[in-house]
Design a protein around this ligand. Structure first.
Ligand SMILES: [Ca+2]
Ligand SMILES: [Ca+2]
Ligand SMILES: [Ca+2]
Ligand SMILES: [Ca+2]
Length: 248
């Protein structure tokens, strides 16, 4: 009986050393950059044995957390890199959980970018629709948009000033308008890009790009939701007619 116990303990010790030595442990981080070997190999496609995959002086983890691509030097943002050319940028692939280097993650003959653009689930080989949601928080002056609950982007906006408030409630995108002229008493903003029409209550309200101020984070508008051009182009391209909008 004692001998059996001894062999049992030996076996447990052997298996734990084996798993540590041969990387069965999922938390193993060979290059000590704060990203596990597992995540580097299967999610980020970075070098698990060297902390700075693109050799630009910034470590992989810092680049990922700051929105830069750890695989491409020269300060390229992950949102502007599409490693597998499937129409879905690296940042959103990681957020959604699709494969960075495989254009059709679920193997249904529609590539990840096509599926996300048209609102289908790129992780399931069926016709399941995915939920696109744009949330505007007026108190925080912030907009967040998500795909099936995965946050893609979050940034400051400018809503309506107190005498011309942005309407609160649940809406849907009714129309996408590439360029519009906005004007009224004392202002005229021609050729304003990327306009998402969301309500006809009393007045037509839009989420749209704004090039005439840079005060995002504080109310500035006549009731629409102003977004910087840098953020608005991506949001416009991603949004579909019918996408849900929640304003609180
Ligand atoms: Ca690592
Ligand atoms: Ca780097
Ligand atoms: Ca891609
Ligand atoms: Ca697919």
């Amino acid at each position: 009986m004692k001998r059996l116990l001894f062999y049992g303990i030996c076996l447990i010790l052997f298996l734990s050393f084996y798993s540590i030595a041969y990387g069965i442990d999922n938390s193993r981080d060979s290059d000590n950059d704060g990203l596990s070997d597992n995540d580097e190999i299967y999610i980020y496609y970075t070098n698990p044995d060297y902390y700075d995959t693109d050799v630009d002086g910034y470590d992989d983890k810092w680049e990922i957390e700051s929105g830069y691509s750890p695989r491409h030097a020269n300060g390229r943002k992950m949102i502007n890199v599409d490693s597998d050319g499937d129409g879905l940028n690296d940042k959103w692939e990681i957020a959604i959980g699709t494969d960075l280097l495989k254009s059709d993650t679920d193997g249904d003959d529609y590539n990840d970018g096509q599926e996300v653009n048209s609102g289908f689930d790129p992780l399931k080989n069926n016709l399941a629709k995915s939920k696109k949601l744009i949330k505007v928080d007026l108190a925080k002056q912030n907009l967040t948009y998500s795909f099936d609950g995965h946050i893609l982007e979050s940034f400051p906006i400018s809503s309506g000033v107190p005498r011309l408030p942005t309407p609160k409630g649940n809406f849907k995108i009714l129309d996408k308008v590439l360029a519009k002229n906005y004007g009224g008493a004392g202002y005229y903003y021609p050729n304003t890009k990327w306009n998402l029409h969301f309500t006809t209550i009393n007045y037509r309200y839009y989420i749209h790009g704004a090039y005439w101020h840079n005060k995002f984070g504080q109310p500035m508008s006549h009731g629409c939701v102003n977004v910087s051009y840098e953020n608005m182009e991506k949001l416009y391209d991603w949004t579909n007619v019918e996408t849900d909008v929640e304003i609180k």
